[in-house]
Design a protein around this ligand. Structure first.
Ligand code: SAJ
Length: 426
């Protein structure tokens, strides 16, 4: 199948890089978003997402006229849906954005078109939700148009490279749909393309992120055991990983982001009676911020009431500006609830405003009055902090390092007592 014009619906972390990449491969791309700010900003050349190389790429395809930004889909050869699939309070998937995007495509759908869902979705969504909505057009899926599911599998921070290099799974509602999807993604994907059916492709994506969640949960549980038993989890993991068939992940303040902390719930929802392990892993990771709170209380010598704490890092993982579902933010709120006086600094999102939290846009105001520093994200900028310089900026002489970044003796030499997550020293 040949593609000249593609319409990408949802201009977030996945949709915008995908739209720009297709446009850079000489396709005519319409990027669609329902958020009026996103549309007007992009129309004025302002990119709302911080991701390596994205700003320059979007600017260049906008200037070349290859990418145009609209608030509703237009006729195209292919449509890619890349909208969020969050969950409701009871952890059921909220598919309303997928439904709205699909409903918006139906009126412009034409015979021979391809529609691809990329949003992470519960198994069965493509066949049971997307297809019936598209068929409201009067056209029949599989006979008049193609439908496929292809999960994005890119790592925030590496999106543009991984979009091209990673293996891509494409699941069709039939073999011809999978082939049509392959023709589309082959335009820019250099990695292997694997064709399967749409429900398998949906399941593959959920299994990938669920297995990562479970692996992080065991690392976090090990960190609690290490704390209980008085050993150093970081040393223990390093030694265990020398075994050729063992690869324990890193413990930390918890699991955040819009993927791993959400996706496993879609499998629990699909069959609660079959998924006790998946549910428990989610609960273990969700409880990790409370474990961090205990460690901070211990470092503070008891009550946190009135204690001035400088928090370093608020994003959900290192070197990104994404604050969604961030355990660091949960910890900041827990500290506040415990009576601490918080000043929080996120270098990748210096203008972050979080209700009820005192955020600052530079390191100095975060530390200048602090009695205790808490490092929550292993940002490169924090790795490069020199303890001899920091000690001049802050009256704090104790730090709680939850990501094992400042494990160098120079911190002690500079006068700091360093407490680590997963290392209990009496
Ligand atoms: N984390 C740990 N310990 C670790 C690794 C991660 O505590 O050893 C934490 C991170 O700090 C973060 C969370 O887990 O809070 C998730 O981070 P991540 O880097 O594991 O994953 P994401 O959410 O940024 O991206 C994942 C990726 N999936 C896998 O690695 C299996 C990515 O490939 C997916 O495209 C993405 O989810 C997605 O969109 O689903």
């Amino acid at each position: 199948m040949n593609f000249e014009k593609v319409c990408v619906i949802g201009l977030g972390y996945i949709g915008l890089p995908t739209a720009a990449t297709l446009a850079a491969h000489s396709l005519q791309v319409t990027g669609v978003d329902t958020n009026a700010h996103v549309v007007s900003n992009l129309q004025n050349g302002q990119v709302h997402i911080r991701e390596g190389g994205l700003n320059a790429l979007v600017q260049s395809v906008l200037e070349a006229g290859r990418l145009t930004i609209r608030s509703a889909p237009e006729k195209a050869d292919a449509f890619i849906i890349a909208v969020p699939t969050p969950f409701y309070e009871d952890k059921r998937a909220d598919l309303s954005a997928v439904m709205r995007a699909t409903e918006a495509i139906a009126p412009v759908l034409a015979p021979g078109n391809l529609v691809v869902l990329e949003s992470t979705s519960p198994p069965g969504t493509t066949r049971n939700l997307v297809v019936p909505i598209l068929e409201r057009s009067g056209l029949k899926a599989g006979r008049d148009f193609y439908v496929a599911y292809s999960p994005e599998r890119v790592l925030p921070g590496q999106i543009l490279r991984e979009l091209v290099e990673n293996a891509r799974v494409i699941g069709g509602i039939d073999a011809a749909s999978a082939e049509a999807g392959c023709d589309l993604y082959r335009i820019f994907v250099k990695g292997e393309i694997i064709l399967t059916d749409c429900t398998t492709a949906e399941m593959v994506k959920l299994m990938e992120n669920t297995s990562r969640d479970i692996n992080i949960a065991i690392a976090n549980e090990f960190s609690r055991l290490a704390d209980h038993l008085g050993i150093d989890i970081w040393e223990a993991v390093k030694i265990a990983n020398l075994h050729p068939r063992v690869n324990i992940l890193q413990p930390g303040p918890g699991v955040g982001g819009h993927c791993i902390s959400v996706d496993p719930w879609f499998l629990v929802e699909a069959a609660p009676h079959l998924t006790p392990l998946i549910r428990t892993a989610r609960q273990v990771n969700d409880a990790q911020p409370r474990f961090v709170l205990q460690i901070i209380e211990r470092a503070a010598g008891g009550s946190l009431a009135g204690m001035r704490i400088g928090i370093l890092g608020l994003s959900y993982k290192p070197n990104v500006d994404d604050l969604r579902e961030s355990p660091a933010i949960q910890i900041a709120y827990l500290l506040k609830e415990a009576g601490a006086v918080i000043t929080a600094y996120e270098p990748n999102c210096p203008a972050a405003v979080l209700e009820g939290l005192n955020t600052v846009s530079a390191l100095q105001p975060a530390v200048q009055n602090a009695e205790l520093l808490v490092l929550l994200v292993a940002h490169e900028t924090f790795r490069q902090l020199q303890p001899q310089e920091l000690v001049q900026l802050t009256p704090a002489r104790a730090v709680v390092d939850c990501v094992h970044l400042w494990n160098h003796p120079s911190w002690q030499q500079a006068g700091f007592t360093v407490h680590f997550l997963g290392v209990r020293k009496e």
